[in-house]
Design a protein around this ligand. Structure first.
Ligand code: ZN
Length: 508
């Protein structure tokens, strides 16, 4: 079988690559070496046999140079002891039910919200700006009457924002500013979802994620980051993701450039059920990272386009999950847990604050400990038949484990903040049949982009396995077939920090 165009396309590819300068820092990821183009002898051109799928997986870790140093500096002080003290104080408000008392200074969600504001304001030498994001929630299934709700947001302004002296008093002030969001709902519940008065310690669900926000504020507050980091303690999660839904719709209305949303919800107890061998399941080395493939807001045309490009597992949220995985080894070297990617929106019968953000089109993932002890979640505090206390209590949280989760989430936030933002509208040209792939894209909006990589994987692989460095360009032709591979593009900076991937859609 002869392909008269192969020699020419290789020549074009070689020409393309010849004009490309490699990024300064990392060795260029492994790409299949193109065969040298040869002058054809008389007669038919020689056949070129190549197997791009055999390319070895390159190192895909995202953080290098100053970003890597910033990460190490930030993670140094993460403290299990302080997480424990903060959680004790948070649980001390008795209940943080969203419909509980807001005026009392010692009990209820209002007191908890004001305490969070003070704690945030006290971190990082006043470099943190706090936004009390208050809104009126109309009645819903779990909200019997109209009620005022407040998300507490701590904003760590980017180095550029601070240099410009831009103040932050509301979400509007974040317009146009590249930003990373980290979430943790601070409300809690007892057995009855409408019981606003009984004790509801919510230590693991989700005091763990809430105090993790405080610790991340301390870890990152002193760093000079390229993007702003927003730490959002959300309200109304247990009443139907209400605080996050309002934040997500406000962020979408303002067109906030959110690079990624990292939701921590139930991240403090790595124990589960007792197995058939009588031993309790425990997984203190990992945390699950849930991501959704299809959101609930897709139109039939969008679903059709996803079907045509086999993009069922290539949503922005899946690319964010892969990005978190890519920095896993670096974070682990600094004492974090390992991310365990779960390609599913969330666990059965459960949801989380990442979902409304995903539905608005923002890349969003959820962190949750691997096994769970459901008998401790959403429970009235009481004495069990064996004398053990039942309930979501602080003594059941493993603070060393929680500190390791904090390190992974903080590392993910730093990596997102320091890497170039993804290119936009990446299109594979499908005008004609071809054995290679031509792409074009709109450049990453980040000012420090040094070039781009075209990444690919076999259609049966779950993560990117190889990449071509195509230099600082907005178009590329690569010798892999779009029919046989999943293909995307990501930007890198001069130090070699690589941002999240944008999946290539089909176009003409
Ligand atoms: Zn929760």
């Amino acid at each position: 079988m002869r392909h008269p165009n192969v020699g020419r396309s290789v020549a074009a590819f070689v020409a393309l690559m010849a004009g490309v300068s490699a990024p300064a820092a990392p060795p260029a990821p492994v790409a299949p070496a193109p065969a040298p183009a040869r002058e054809p002898a008389a007669g038919p051109p020689p056949e070129v046999v190549r197997t791009p799928a055999a390319a070895v997986a390159p190192p895909l870790e995202a953080l290098r140079g100053s970003a890597s140093a910033a990460l190490a500096r930030g993670l140094q002080g993460v403290s299990a002891e302080r997480l424990k003290d903060d959680l004790a104080a948070l649980v001390g408000f008795g209940t943080r039910h969203t419909l509980s008392d807001q005026a009392d200074d010692r009990r209820g969600i209002g007191a908890a919200a004001r305490w969070l504001r003070e704690r945030f304001e006290g971190t990082a030498q006043g470099r943190v700006a706090v936004i009390m994001h208050t809104f009126t929630q109309p009645p819903t299934v779990r909200v019997p009457r109209e009620v005022t709700m407040t998300n507490v947001l701590a904003v760590l302004p980017s180095a550029a924002m601070r240099a410009a002296g831009r103040a932050v008093a509301s979400l509007d002030d974040l317009a146009g500013e590249p930003q990373v969001w980290v979430l943790g709902h601070y409300d809690s519940r007892a057995t009855d979802p409408l019981d606003a008065t009984s004790d509801a310690p919510g230590a693991n669900d989700n005091g763990s994620g809430t105090v993790a926000l405080l610790e991340i504020a301390r870890a990152l507050g002193g760093l000079d980051l390229d993007a702003t980091v927003v730490l959002a303690a959300t309200v109304g999660e247990e009443q139907g993701l209400l605080g996050a839904a309002r934040l997500a719709s406000d962020a979408a209305r303002l067109g906030l450039p959110i690079v990624g949303v990292l939701n921590m919800d139930i991240v403090g107890d790595p124990t589960g059920h007792v197995g058939p061998d009588g031993v309790r399941v425990r997984d203190e080395g990992r945390v699950r990272v849930f991501s959704q493939g299809l959101t609930r807001r897709l139109t039939i045309e969008q679903v059709s386009a996803i079907r045509d490009t086999a993009a069922e597992s290539d949503s922005p949220s899946r690319q964010l999950a892969r990005f978190v995985r890519s920095i896993g080894p670096q974070a682990a070297a600094l004492g974090s847990v390992e991310p365990l990617l779960i390609f599913r929106a969330d666990r059965y019968l459960r949801g989380g604050d990442h979902l409304p953000f995903g539905d608005e089109g923002f890349p969003a993932v959820r962190f949750v400990n691997v096994p769970e002890r459901y008998e401790r979640q959403h429970q009235d505090v009481r004495q069990g038949p064996d004398g053990q206390a039942i309930g979501d209590l602080p003594q059941y949280v493993d603070y060393q484990y929680l500190a390791r989760v904090v390190r992974l989430v903080a590392a993910s936030a730093v990596a997102l903040a320091q890497s170039p933002r993804p290119p936009r509208r990446v299109v594979m040209l499908t005008r004609q049949l071809a054995n290679d792939t031509t792409l074009r894209w709109e450049p990453s909006p980040s000012p420090d982009v040094a070039g781009y990589e075209v990444v690919y994987r076999a259609t049966t692989e779950h993560d990117w396995t190889a990449a071509f460095d195509v230099g600082n360009t907005a178009t590329a032709r690569v010798p892999v077939s779009k029919d046989d591979f999943q293909i995307g593009v990501r930007a890198y900076d001069a130090e070699g920090n690589r941002g999240p991937v944008t999946f290539a859609t089909a176009g003409r």
